[in-house]
Design a protein around this ligand. Structure first.
Ligand SMILES: [Zn+2]
Length: 300
């Protein structure tokens, strides 16, 4: 709950522990003894909960809000970069494309298997056709005089014709399968081509947006680099620490008695304590723990 390691609300814990002795003992401060949300020492001190307090020029505290504005913008840009709709769409299309690629491997295999089968069928037919042709010539040229030999030759011719019919039927069936397998493969190839085009367009669109976001981010980064050196190191460390555990918001403005970090209104005790706090006291929201920066509209 308390990002700086105090571990609990300052209302409930009292003083420093043996593990973290308070280097700034209570005693030298004239104001707000026992109040909440205030430093208990001059310069440095600790809250009632043991949370170390720091002091910083009010102008430097206000600069934290400028830094916060830049950091929030950077976080939003990074979020947009991560969540571009094109990322999801590209991932979805790539999934489909990968399926298609494996379907295409299957289709290529089917086509080449059928091509081989057709070649085999043609090879089977060739000797049968040749034999039929030879026999028909022998019958036609009258070279076979023996009627019994002629009879068996004619019988063989009939048998060869039936055999050729059967082989041609199976070759035709293979050719039909080959035609439909080739058409199927062409459809898959066309689909894959279309997906590749879509993926290309989407990637171009995504990359363009990423470049624009990168440019916006580097502009903000330049702004950030201009602000950071103006903020005292100790205050900056505290801001970084709180930001890291508070969804990237380490500093919030106190506006109309409300913390703009957690949106909660100050209770009357905090209100009194904050109103009494010197301007260079770095305040923390008692609800969310964020650095609370006062301004003209704090309502104190
Ligand atoms: Zn708050």
């Amino acid at each position: 709950m308390w990002p700086d390691g105090a571990g609990a609300s300052p209302y409930r814990l009292c003083g420093a522990t043996a593990a973290s002795p308070d280097p700034f003992p209570v005693g030298s401060w004239p104001w707000a003894r026992g109040s909440v949300g205030l430093a208990q020492g001059a310069g440095h001190g600790s809250r009632p909960g043991g949370r170390p307090e720091i002091k910083a020029d009010p102008a430097d505290q206000r600069r934290l809000l400028d830094l916060q504005g830049v950091d929030t913008a950077l976080a939003q840009l990074a979020h947009r970069r991560r969540t571009l709709p094109e990322h999801a769409e590209i991932a979805r299309l790539r999934g489909t494309r990968n399926h298609l690629a494996s379907d295409l491997v299957g289709a290529d295999t089917a086509v080449s298997d059928l091509e081989r089968e057709q070649e085999r069928a043609e090879n089977d037919l060739e000797p049968v056709r040749e034999r039929l042709n030879r026999n028909q010539h022998r019958v036609a040229d009258g070279s076979v005089g023996d009627p019994r030999a002629l009879g068996s030759l004619v019988e063989e011719i009939d048998h060869l014709k039936r055999r050729i019919d059967t082989l041609e039927d199976s070759e035709l069936a293979v050719m039909e399968q080959l035609e439909s397998a080739t058409e199927g493969r062409e459809r898959l190839r066309a689909e894959a081509g279309e997906l590749d085009t879509q993926l290309g367009l989407l990637s171009t669109k995504r990359d363009r947006q990423l470049r624009e976001l990168e440019l916006e981010m580097s502009d903000r980064q330049v702004l950030r680099e201009g602000i950071v050196p103006l903020i005292p190191a100790e205050l900056l460390r505290l801001y970084d620490k709180v930001s890291a555990t508070h969804a990237g918001i380490g500093a919030a403005e106190l506006r109309h008695r409300r913390c703009t970090g957690c949106r909660l209104e100050l209770n009357s005790a905090d209100l009194r304590a904050f109103a009494a706090a010197p301007a260079d006291e770095v305040l923390r929201c008692e609800e969310c723990g964020r650095i609370l920066v006062r301004g003209p509209e704090s309502g104190l």
